[in-house]
Design a protein around this ligand. Structure first.
Ligand code: ATP
Length: 298
């Protein structure tokens, strides 16, 4: 008996310690959420007029820490016309992903305006802004649940047929069908591990199901093999057809077709134009382009 008693007691101590640290973690996340939370204005209405909305940034100034922290964006203005694609390029830390976070209203800005279909995003409900936007992030977080659940997360209540149609369009259906349990296969940390490309395809399928009028693509920095990368780019272009799209690009090949390319550096737009205009300008974009071309042929 005594032998059993000691280990159990010992386990009890470990259990209490784990529980304590989980509680602390839980508290920490709650605090972080509180800090991050952006509140709806009193009487805020949902976004309206979402059939191909135009997105505008007007003189946006932003610091993550509004109380005197480093200014990350300094007077950013651009427009994504209805159904068009604007691409953002620039060195790491220049503020590209911050633009996406602000459009999704993870944070409120300190100066300027961000509008969707002419409505300032801080004056409408936060839920309606997030409902209007689909994000294909750099690194998709998968839930410890089935593939079907992970795809349907884009639209709770989607039918199995709808889930499969989205998976086919994102070219992940054949892979899913080849696993022993198909759409019931568990994925995530505790299930089947998916490659970077497969995870991005799940994110594309999710976005297809959600079918939002605005898209944000945060291109993966980690290199996929080039055949996979080209295929995913083609899928993304298909999804972006007629949607108002912001692409955060790490490879310039993705941006050639964009309506406008913004070149950022240290929180400012230093060049802007189409691919041809920027090449003709012979500035930063042109040198990034020739560097990438010589890397590709090396
Ligand atoms: P990358 O190409 O590496 O993804 P990026 O151009 O997207 O870079 P951002 O992620 O927008 O850059 O970051 C811009 C700046 O803001 C960086 O200096 C970064 O350190 C800072 N930053 C990003 N997120 C936070 C945060 N949550 N709190 C404070 N500073 C942040």
């Amino acid at each position: 008996m005594i032998q059993l008693y000691i280990p159990l007691n010992f386990l009890g101590v470990i259990y209490r310690e784990i529980k304590q640290s989980l509680t602390d973690l839980d508290k920490m996340f709650t605090l972080m959420d509180k800090e991050r939370e952006v509140a709806d204005a009193p009487g805020a209405q949902p976004l309206a007029g979402l059939d191909q909305p135009t997105v505008r940034f007007e003189d946006v100034v932003f610091a993550y820490d509004p109380k005197g922290g480093r200014t990350i964006l300094q007077g950013i203005s651009f427009e994504i016309p209805a159904g068009k694609t604007v691409a953002v390029v620039g060195p790491s830390g220049s503020g590209k992903s911050t633009l996406a976070r602000l459009l999704f209203r993870f944070y409120d800005i300190q100066q300027g305006r961000i509008t969707i279909a002419g409505q300032e995003i801080r004056s409408v409900t936060q839920a309606s802004v997030r409902q209007a936007i689909g994000i294909v992030p750099q690194d998709t977080v998968l839930f410890n649940d089935t593939v079907a659940y992970n795809i349907a997360y884009g639209r709770p209540g989607a039918t199995q047929d709808e889930i499969e149609a989205a998976a086919r369009a994102a070219r992940i259906h054949d892979f899913i069908a080849s696993t022993p349990k198909g759409y019931a296969t568990m994925v995530g940390e505790r299930g089947l591990k998916l490659s970077g490309g497969e995870k991005q395809r799940v994110a594309i399928a999710r976005t297809l199901l959600k079918n939002p009028p605005i898209l944000i693509f945060d291109e993966a920095t980690s290199a996929l093999d080039s055949a996979n990368e080209r295929a995913i780019q083609a899928e993304l272009q298909g999804v972006a057809q007629n949607k108002t799209t912001l692409v955060i690009a790490h490879r310039l090949s993705t941006v050639v077709e964009a309506h406008e390319i913004l070149v950022m550096d240290a929180g400012r737009i230093i060049e802007r134009g189409t691919h041809a205009q920027l090449l003709a300008l012979g500035g930063r974009y042109a040198s990034m382009w020739s560097l990438q071309q010589s890397d590709a042929s090396a």
